[in-house]
Design a protein around this ligand. Structure first.
Ligand code: GDP
Ligand code: IMO
Ligand code: MG
Length: 431
């Protein structure tokens, strides 16, 4: 039996949704364990595109999907996502979607505080998605959060809202000169969410454990990417949760011995949306070309993604931080047509070579990438379905990345569609 974690290795949007949708065929349940609707995961099946923000990307394969305790959930967004999927004829009954009773709820004041804090930071803004993610995790850590189990207890919920509203109103009106929140409006709206979502809420740690004991295979779907991790990313330009594979355990209530493999999703180049350092970022025509050909616009906020060359310093960091057993490399088709490609192998800082990613952003901002230049390929590879049919230069590019990261590339994606994929090794198959 295999239980596989999928994580992003760069700064998010690596194509996790596509690979989770592909591998979900072999899993019994798909579990999201962190983040919220800051994520936007795209799946393309039979030419139709679906973007999921909260519901795990196994839903299109008809698998049972789990919203883990490590997630922060905006109930209004979740309900509209459920309705959207139902409209598309997809089964999103409480048999198919489970929400952890311990997952935290995003409240209207979290979204308001997210926006107010960004506004106040001005030039130092993080470029958050504005979905209230940071303020919700802050309340979780400061033990003021509201969980689904609290929502289900109507009387206790109303009292909790009253007790937190004093502080939130003080911050909003006094510190940020913004409008206060209406307790009555929150209580009324959340009563509706309670009625709608209560049938989905349960103890998911028990549910996953029972399933695993019965021989089910589990696919854990990470959101964001390793370099947006609150501990290991480019702090403070990060999200507010641990995005690395270890959090698949904490965020879903299982122990580490259950995990049998970790696949890191890496784009064949690098992108970043929002602020923060990005050593291999391109500011020239090549960057524009990749941005256009790769249609690099955020799936959540529609913002243009910053583009640059592949960076094996960050990929090696991701290998270590996540115990990656293999990579899935996406968007390889986008690089077709470029005469030459650059692979970042190290950084130089004050004349010295740095092979590891520095924690100090002042150091990182002065790092210059060291590039190896390799020949590109002109062929359109999007219809190729076997590794041996790839152009020689494409194979060499992949081989060089495997060598620099000491990690195999198990899956190659050559287009957004589920079938536009070359699977060399499937961690679920044969187990
Ligand atoms: P995620 O957040 O990691 O799930 O990634 P996003 O969905 O935000 O962004 C990835 C984008 O690339 C989506 O529009 C996908 O449909 C698209 N995509 C995924 N894999 C490929 C690929 O191999 N080639 C191309 N051209 N597009 C891809
Ligand atoms: P998926 O799962 C790319 C970025 C935001 C911002 C920073 C903090 O689709 O890969 P937040 O709203 O989380 O407080 O914003 O993190 N960010 C993402 N970037 N993909 C994502 O998710 C992201 N989720 C958050 O742009 O820089
Ligand atoms: Mg995304």
């Amino acid at each position: 039996m295999a239980n596989i974690v999928i994580v992003g290795t760069q700064w998010g949007d690596e194509g996790k949704g596509k690979i989770v949708d592909l591998l979900a065929e072999y899993a019994d349940i798909v579990v999201r364990f962190q983040g919220g609707n800051n994520a936007g995961h795209t799946m393309v099946v039979d030419g139709e595109q679906f973007i999921s923000h909260l519901v795990p990307s196994g839903i299109l394969q008809g698998k049972t999907c789990v919203i883990g305790n490590g997630m922060v959930v905006d109930p209004e967004v979740l309900i509209s996502e459920i309705d959207y999927l139902i409209e598309k004829g997809i089964d999103v009954s409480p048999e198919k979607l489970k929400i952890s009773e311990k997952a935290h709820l995003i409240m209207p004041y979290h979204k308001r505080l997210d926006a107010a804090r960004e506004e106040a930071r001005q030039k130092q803004r993080i470029g958050t998605t504005g979905r209230g993610i940071g303020p919700c995790y802050e309340d979780k850590a400061s033990r003021r959060g509201i969980r689904f189990v609290d929502l289900l207890d109507a009387k206790g919920f109303d009292e909790k809202i009253k007790s937190v509203s004093e502080e939130k109103n003080f911050l909003l009106t006094q510190l940020y000169s913004s409008e206060g929140i209406s307790i009555d409006e929150i209580i009324a709206a959340y009563a509706e969410y309670r009625a709608r979502l209560a049938p989905y809420v349960s103890n998911i740690s028990l549910f996953i454990d029972k399933g695993v004991r019965a021989g089910w295979q589990v696919l854990f779907e990470g959101a964001q990417g390793t370099h947006l991790d609150i501990d290991h990313g480019t702090y403070p330009y990060v999200t507010s949760s641990n995005t690395v594979s270890g959090n698949a355990c904490c965020g879903s209530g299982i122990g580490p011995k259950r995990i049998t493999g970790v696949t890191g999703i890496a784009k064949a180049y690098t992108t970043r949306v929002g602020q923060g350092p990005f050593p291999t970022e391109l500011f020239d025509e090549t960057g524009d070309q990749i941005q256009k050909k790769g249609a690099e616009f955020g799936a959540t906020t529609g913002r243009k993604r910053r583009c640059g060359w592949i960076d094996t310093v960050i990929l090696r960091n991701a290998v270590r931080l996540n115990s990656l057993t293999g990579f899935a490399m996406t968007k390889l088709d986008v690089l077709g047509g470029l005469e030459e490609l650059k692979i970042c192998t190290a950084y130089t800082y004050e004349g010295n070579e740095l092979l590891e990613f520095p924690a100090d952003l002042n150091v990182l901002s002065q790092c210059e990438p060291v590039y190896e230049t390799v020949p590109g390929w002109s062929e359109d590879i999007s219809s190729i379905r076997s590794h041996e049919d790839l152009p020689e230069n494409t194979k060499s590019y992949l081989k060089r990345i495997e060598a620099l990261t000491e990690t195999p590339i198990d899956i190659i994606s050559v287009g957004p569609g589920r079938d536009e994929t070359i699977v060399m090794k499937n961690s679920f198959a044969g187990s």
